[in-house]
Design a protein around this ligand. Structure first.
Ligand code: TYD
Length: 211
């Protein structure tokens, strides 16, 4: 857990079409209005090497890869981002806002790909020992609503968005299970309503947890 003076780590998580990008802007605005310096990053990605791994992971042309290979690539990208960007920023007192982090590995690879939490626990211990987000906002939408929203975006689905409904249900449940297990660090935000309501819920959460 990072200390307040060292910068805090806030992660945004959720299934497909949950509206993470808008939520991320709200979090950044809220922190900056309070005079905090922020760093926004995303996973997989965040550094040139990690963005290359991201391309490989998201490209539908990559085709099926073994779930453990997928998990290892997520953590390879994560290591670059943690060493290069996240830890240095936190050490300088910058608040880090991460568009997905290790909870996504618990949800997608642990839940969706059915690897379970154990390999994720092991890799998290290896790749970012002692680094745990201060706050994880889980933007929750029923799978059908999320799928409907991404259908309306331009461009085809990436390798994860193209996944089956059962897969996305497992992802959603894994997020909700983790949130239930760690209520001190997780807040589930109902992201099925309109942007204004979601924004208000996020602001209330930030006041409550970080204010
Ligand atoms: P992205 O375009 O960021 O999707 P979204 O807009 O839904 O956040 O793509 C990231 C994809 O990678 C997303 O489908 C979730 C997946 N992912 C994992 O499977 N495991 C991980 O550890 C992370 C960080 C992401």
């Amino acid at each position: 857990m990072s200390e307040h003076s060292k910068g805090r780590m806030i992660c945004l998580e959720g299934g497909e079409g949950a509206g993470k990008s808008t939520a991320l802007e709200r979090v950044r605005d809220w922190l900056e209005r309070r005079g905090r310096k922020t760093l926004v990053t995303r996973e997989p990605g965040g550094t040139p090497a990690a963005e290359k791994i991201r391309k490989l992971l998201l490209d539908p042309q990559t085709g099926d890869i073994d779930p453990m290979t997928e998990l290892l690539l997520m953590f390879a990208a994560r290591r670059e981002n943690v060493v290069d960007r996240i830890r240095p920023a936190l050490a300088e007192g910058v608040d880090v806002i991460c568009d997905r982090f290790t909870d996504a590995s618990y949800a997608y690879q642990g839940g969706g790909r059915e690897l379970g939490p154990t390999p994720v626990d092991l890799l998290a211990g290896l790749v970012h020992p002692g680094l745990t987000p201060d706050l994880v906002l889980v933007l929750d939408v029923p799978v059908e609503i999320g799928l409907e929203r991404i259908k309306q975006r331009r461009g085809g689905p990436d390798r994860f968005e193209g996944g089956r409904k059962a897969f996305l249900e497992r992802v959603r449940n894994a997020y909700l299970d983790r949130a239930r297990a760690h209520p001190d660090r997780y807040v589930v935000v109902d992201a099925s309503s309109d942007i204004e309501h979601v924004g208000a819920a996020i602001r209330a959460t930030l006041e409550n947890r970080l204010g």
